[in-house]
Design a protein around this ligand. Sequence first.
Ligand code: GLN
Length: 489
Amino acid sequence: MLHATLKQLSDGLATGKFSSAEVTKYFINRINNLNNSLNSFISLDADKSLAQARAADALRAAGKAQTLTGVPLAQKDIFCAQGWLTTCGSKMLSNFVSPYDAHVIERFNAAGAVNLGKTNMDEFAMGSSNETSFYGPVRNPWDRERVPGGSSGGSAAAVAARLAPAATGTDTGGSIRQPAALTGICGLKPTYGLVSRYGMIAFASSLDQGGPMARTAEDLGLMLNVMAGFDARDSTSLQRTPEDYGRNLAQPLAGLRIGLPKEFFAAGASADVIKAIEGAVAEYKKLGCEIVDVSLPNMALSVPVYYVLAPAEASSNLSRFDGVRYGYRAKDYGNLAEMYEKTRAEGFGAEVKRRILIGAYVLSHGYYDAYYLRAQKLRRLIAQDFVEAFKQCDVIMGPTTPSTAFKIGEKSGDPVQMYLSDIYTIAVNLAGLPGMSIPCGFDSNGLPVGLQIIGDYFSEARMLNVAHQYQLATDWHTQAPKNIREAAS
Ligand code: GLN
């Protein structure tokens, strides 16, 4: 069961090889044995998980099972789940038990999936290393002195260490793809609007998108089939005919045009990363793909544009945490204004405060035109670059991250260095496009490298096909960290 994929677990449950209660107990046991050293989960509730598992077994016995019925999954702690502590990695929500389910959680519940627990993350999803979490850093299972990436680092580490067969994440500027790359798993950020943001605690609403993290492209498709769908409670949710994202998996890749943006290879990725990406491109050529040189001339602007727009939206979104409605409230205060001030001073961590200050500044009367408005215009140009590129190719490929997993503490004192870890992922969010990361090799320290695949709007089924065919031909995605066997049974 240790290395079983979602697909294999789903098949095993369908044929009665094991029950959901057995599978769920197996993963709870692994979490109990390994979570102390990884810090992947913020909250666990074995009784709740097992109750869901038994309900799933009953559904199956009644002939009402769906593909993911009885399969246990970990949920990023940004998704509100009824009756579960939902902290978003912040002291501000450290006492918040959600009274309702996010759309994504509702969908998994309706599919009969089991919630194994809520995973650790950067505070309010602001970060690339999981070090900004109020609950402490998550450790990378490949090397526990290193970060797993962020902000969905708890989900990534849990899947890589086989504490959960798959998990959810959210991606505002790379938070699904970057941690997937750094922990050697797969992650998909869908086209903006495909997955409802209802009940997903807001960071930068025009960029935030939930998506699946798993060990194979096929499993990502199974999860996306559940996660995607129209929801009237999210005003940017798209009304589309439901599709099976796994429908194209078997399609051969001959004739596929892969665009390699020259800016992706000039932007200072490490030699080991470039070597692994070149190896992947060579493999795709063997599969019959055609390589096309493309250009994204405005890509270099994506980090500065993002760090104007995302903080602007965050400063507005986070104004709701005022000590009145929910969450943390300071103990001693003389009047209402002081209560707000102390609550926010004590409840938010340093990175969140930095973003709120930057956001309030770029939105302020004297600076709005110079920063916010200008960044909005550049955002359009960045999106336009992709429109041009997709006239010449079917998918774009490149590195997910400039380096492999860095050491805990290595970049936490230097925000600009930290922000640059998202140089390859951010443009995709600004454009609203789908992007994914799959493992494609290791560096000289044995740390995983991620290959980024970017598709045109709504091309998720095609992208999963592109990833799946590579995974049939290679075995990078089956590699596991060496020291995760402690609790294998
Ligand atoms: N690392 C980026 C940031 O700090 C992206 C985070 C995310 O995608 N949630 O904002």
